[in-house]
Design a protein around this ligand. Structure first.
Ligand code: BGC
Length: 755
């Protein structure tokens, strides 16, 4: 019997109470078993950057989790721009799950970094939806290739921790689609996560956990999602509404209290049993998938995964600044490592993702294999307060050395699930340390450990800055490999670093008022905003240096005109023009040269990471499709590519475009414009045919305006509604009747002559 028939049969045999019981968990980390029907319970575990498996027997939230490997957090991972690397991480995590009997790993998090203040940004990939969704897809494919599932979270608009369980994210439809949902959409469609976790917050007033538009209309009906939707832990408000909206599984268990509401609602005729059947069935499907893919012989080699964590982190770190090629370091020079993070690195954030690491490699541990360095603590790790003794020791150590590498960043208490930051500064004691050390030593390199952007008042006083983010338990090894040139840095920023917090687009509306946060900046999130406003960031999106140099050349497109249902191939050549092997992240952005809607100047639509030996060159191809050019058109509730010229920009960062070409794209879906007397000349002339018809009309009624040569006249007519021509002209030919006939003609011709 095939599985569908088996599940039908099981459902037939289940009582209403049993079905309802499957719709919530057993304790914190399990689904419920139904022993009578031989239905097993399965275990889930956090994620995303390691396994936080808590005591299976006790099944509670407070227990310490098992020893595990902490990989780099998503903030670091995204900087790799490397789908293959993230997939490899996913495979390792999937194997760990198999070894520990975990059915679903609770991650990845695909929420957009709206504000750098969000306490959980370290768990999220990017401010850009395309990069974020590509990274999430790779992670999901990796984990799920091992026969276990993921939970893509937190769907959706959980972009802050402040009042995360009650706040309503108020967002317009276009922004919702183009930025916040797009970050999930690609991952759902391409990687088919076994589960999706709904978020805590409300969206335009309705809880994500009972939001039919989100959980059914968009996720299932539009995106074709077939898996299970689980609540974030404690996200359920009205369980019956949740069942109707498509929330299959409530976690953790409400001790059966909410299951009872489901039963009562069915009995009272307030909830159709078909909704409960659907939810229970999805739980059964999930259990079956895990049972099918279960492997009993997987051994978890933590040492191997620790090494993988170091390798991954070395491919993620971003070299932000490298004046005078201060890096890589010459091991024969007198070098000081200063700052407590060199000894006890900060490598993960607080909250549900927190891993009980079985070991940690610090930079001081790792450097022992290379050379002797001097060391000073410099500051107290979890304090803002300046400790004069530690500071003075650090200054003397720096003075006695040729190069001072300062390990700084955000303390644990600054960044965690559950609350947001209130500023972007490093602690006072660390800022003072950087200032004082750079007064006595001109060769200062900063290594940063932080989960999200920080302000850098010291940027001009230091020669090198290496962003390690929260790089996992092997971060020290990875940092040393980069510092001494064993590895060539190849990460690029997945978020903009603003010069100051107030430059950030969400600044005026973060974290909102009371239980409402308005996303007033609309689609202008991250670099989309800084570019449009011409604000110079501290470091732009996509920026990252290497120990080698690359030349970009020979851009080519497969065609110069196309319909939006066709694909376009863009090819470029990349050459390593430096002296060492390196990897470059080639980025492709699209610019709509002339648009009738407000658009970003550039949107990332492709990236490839390329490895090249010195002197070597490779041809790289990007394939673009409709979504690369389209915006979300709320008039037709669909993606739409306006006819016109699109510039294709290829470069090394969002602010370092090296090559440019263009293509004309025409839409294949139709936008019906209802012409009325209130339409302006500009509305009518927005298409070639409209322009011709308008000219014809002007000549019919003897208006002596040549719109091809009289630009001032044209500008006036662009803004003038047709009906106003009656009042503003003493031309007797222009009557309401005549205008009405013209409008009818427009509606007939233009709406049958769509692109
Ligand atoms: C977090 C989720 C997490 C869950 C289970 C919630 O508080 O928001 O990301 O997976 O707890 O620990």
């Amino acid at each position: 019997m095939n599985i569908d028939k088996i599940l039908d049969k099981i459902l037939e045999e289940m009582t209403l109470e049993e079905k309802a019981s499957l719709c919530s968990g057993d304790g914190f980390w399990h689904t419920k078993a139904v022993e009578r029907l031989d239905i097993q319970r399965i275990m889930v575990s956090d994620g995303p950057h390691g396994l936080r498996k808590v005591n299976e027997e006790k099944d509670c939230v407070t227990d310490e989790s098992i020893k595990a490997v902490c990989f780099p957090t998503a903030s670091a991972l995204a900087c790799s721009f490397d789908r293959g690397l993230i997939e490899r991480l996913g495979k390792a995590l999937g194997d760990e799950c198999q070894a520990e009997g975990i059915a679903v790993l609770l991650g990845p998090g695909a929420n957009i970094k709206r504000s750098p203040l969000c306490g959980r940004n370290f768990e999220y990939f990017s401010e850009d939806p395309y990069l974020s969704t590509e990274m999430a897809s790779a992670y999901i494919k990796g984990v799920q290739s091992r026969g276990v599932g993921v939970s893509l979270k937190h769907f959706a608009l959980n972009n802050q921790e402040h009042r995360r369980m009650s706040i309503s994210a108020e967002v317009d439809e276009r922004t919702l689609r183009e930025i916040y949902l797009a970050s999930f959409e690609g991952a759902v469609k391409n990687a088919k996560p076994w589960t999706v976790m709904c978020s805590y917050n409300r969206i335009n007033g309705i809880h994500a956990s009972e939001n039919p538009k989100l959980l059914t209309d968009i996720l299932r009906n539009e995106w074709g999602y077939k898996g299970l939707v689980v609540s974030d832990w404690g996200a359920v408000d009205n369980r019956v509404n949740g069942i109707k909206a498509g929330l299959d599984l409530e976690m953790p268990s409400s001790m059966g209290k909410n299951d009872k509401y489901i039963v009562d609602a069915v009995r009272l005729g307030k909830l159709n049993i078909k909704y409960v059947d659907k939810c229970a069935r999805r739980v059964l499907e999930l259990v079956d998938k895990f049972e099918e893919g279960k492997k009993s012989n997987v051994v978890w080699d933590k040492e191997k995964d620790h090494k993988l964590a170091a390798k991954i982190e070395s491919e993620c770190m971003v070299l932000l600044k490298n004046d005078d090629n201060i890096l890589p370091l010459d091991k024969n020079k007198k070098i000081a490592f200063i700052g407590k993070f060199a000894k006890s690195p900060r490598y993960q954030g607080g909250g549900s993702s927190h891993i009980n690491s079985y070991k940690v490699t610090s930079a001081l541990d790792a450097v022992k294999d290379i050379c002797d360095v001097s060391y000073a603590d410099g500051y107290l790790i979890n304090e803002d307060r300046i400790d004069e003794k530690l500071l003075n020791e650090a200054i003397s150590t720096a003075e006695a050395c040729e190069i001072a590498v300062l390990f700084v960043g955000l303390p644990d208490m600054y960044e965690s699930e559950g609350y947001d930051r209130s500023h972007l500064r490093l602690p006072e004691c660390q800022l003072e340390l950087i200032k004082r050390v750079s007064e006595v030593n001109k060769n200062v390199v900063i290594v940063l450990h932080n989960g999200s952007a920080v302000e850098m008042p010291f940027v001009d006083n230091v020669k090198g800055i290496l962003e390690a983010y929260l790089g996992g338990q092997a971060v020290g090894q990875a940092v040393v490999d980069i510092l001494f040139g064993k590895k060539n840095p190849c990460g690029k920023l997945a978020e903009t670093f603003p010069r100051k917090l107030s430059d950030n687009p969400s600044y005026l509306n973060f974290p909102g008022e009371g239980d409402r946060v308005r996303y007033q900046e609309g689609i202008f999130v991250g670099y989309r905003y800084y570019n449009k406003k011409e604000i110079e960031p501290l470091f732009p999106f996509g920026h990252g240096l290497s120990y080698t140099t690359f030349e970009y050349k020979d851009i080519e497109v497969s065609k110069t005109e196309m319909n939006d249902d066709e694909e376009l191939t863009v090819s470029v050549t990349l050459k390593n023009t430096g002296k060492v092997k390196g990897k470059e992240i080639v980025q492709l952005y699209i610019n709509d040269e002339q648009s009738s809607v407000i658009r970003s100047i550039k949107e990332l639509k492709g990236f490839e990471k390329v490895t090249l030996n010195p002197g070597e060159e490779k041809r790289i191809a990007f394939v673009l499709d409709k979504r690369s050019f389209a915006y979300y058109n709320t008039d037709i509730s669909d993606w739409y590519t306006e006819y016109g010229k699109y510039n294709i920009l290829v470069g090394a960062s969002s602010r370092d475009i090296r090559l440019k070409t263009s293509v004309y794209v025409a839409p294949t879906n139709k936008v019906r414009v209802e012409y009325t007397l209130n339409c302006t000349g500009g509305d009518i002339m927005s298409t070639e045919t409209g322009r011709e018809l308008f000219k014809e009309f002007l000549s019919d009624v003897n208006v002596g305006l040549d719109i091809d040569s009289d630009s001032a006249g044209l500008a006036m007519y662009n803004e003038l509604p047709l009906r106003a021509m009656v009042s503003f002209s003493d031309n007797e030919n222009i009557t309401r009747e005549k205008l009405g006939q013209f409008v009818r003609k427009l509606n007939i011709i233009l709406n049958s002559d769509l692109y």
